[in-house]
Design a protein around this ligand. Structure first.
Ligand SMILES: [Zn+2]
Ligand SMILES: [Zn+2]
Length: 294
């Protein structure tokens, strides 16, 4: 007998966390954290990460409750490509909290799995920035809650009462990046977060809000594609560094690393219209907020 009275199969391209949230919501449960109670099972963070052992174990429990064969259910949720790379400065680039296009979610009420990537900051179909916090009360969406399909779970405002501004899509999103380019941008993004003190280990993961991710990724992409901007940036951080020498990462200067990464990209030499303005976080502890454990 199925636990869930109402159940639909997943949509192709739906995120697993989003599917579970939707499944619970149509059955009258708003919060994903109720799953252990409803299914009487243990849930770990990795239970929601396709490709892991805990995910497979969870699918075995879930499949009969929605009258779907285990293999068929697994087929819907492939492990994310490029999500995890051990040698990259930021190993895991999946964001595990809700982030979505507020217009897509009204038109087709499901969470697309691509939205969970750090670098997917905008919806290319609607040309809007994805949201990871309420545009009205500004509260961050920290939990998967079915009410997000319609509006903010905290203040109750509805997405259909907002007009989300259309904006130019960032260049890093429009470029079709190969794996090397993608990894180079993510490596560079970490340099933009702590350029004065690069002597740290790679991060396991990063929980960067969408607005800050956009700003950092734009800087990283420009550093890799515009030689003048790159040189200015390196000079800027050398001057702002109290020791007056170029910072290094794993013994290599950030300048030479950026030159190496930029070889993967076509170079533009024109001077940028935007003013040279980089907000550099100075405190080391600031970065520890971004560390997450898998
Ligand atoms: Zn959209
Ligand atoms: Zn709100």
């Amino acid at each position: 007998m199925s636990t869930f009275a109402i159940h639909y199969p997943p949509v192709i391209g739906e995120s697993f966390l989003g599917y579970m949230t939707r499944l619970l919501y149509i059955n009258g449960y708003s919060e994903l954290r109720l799953v252990p109670q409803i299914l009487n099972c243990k849930i770990y963070k990795s239970s929601y990460i396709p490709g892991t052992m805990d995910f497979s174990a969870f699918i075995m429990i879930l499949a009969p409750t929605i009258e779907l064969e285990v293999d068929k259910l697994i087929e819907f949720f492939k492990p994310y490509e490029r999500a995890y790379q051990e040698l990259r400065n930021i190993q895991d680039v999946v964001i595990y909290t809700p982030k979505f296009c507020p217009i897509c979610i009204q038109e087709k009420p499901y969470f697309q799995d691509s939205w969970q990537f750090l670098h997917v900051t905008h919806c290319t179909a609607h040309q809007v920035m994805l949201i990871d916090q309420c545009p009205y009360c500004s509260k961050k969406f920290s939990d998967w809650n079915g009410y997000l399909f319609e509006g903010c779970p905290y203040c109750g405002c509805k997405w259909n009462s907002f007009e989300f501004p259309i904006i130019d899509l960032p260049a890093y999103l429009l470029a079709s990046l190969d794996s090397e380019q993608f990894d180079s941008i993510i490596d560079t993004l970490l340099f933009t977060l702590r350029p004065n003190d690069l002597m740290f280990r790679s991060l396991q993961g990063i929980a960067l809000p969408v607005q800050e991710a956009t700003m950092r990724l734009e800087t990283a992409y420009t550093l890799l594609t515009h030689s003048k901007f790159r040189n200015q940036w390196i000079n800027h951080i050398c001057l702002s560094n109290k020791h007056f020498f170029a910072p290094s990462f794993d013994g290599q200067s950030v300048g030479s690393l950026l030159e190496k990464f930029s070889c993967h990209f076509p170079q533009q030499s024109e001077t940028l219209e935007c003013s040279f303005n980089i907000n550099i976080p100075s405190s080391v502890s600031h970065l520890s907020d971004y560390r997450i454990k898998l």
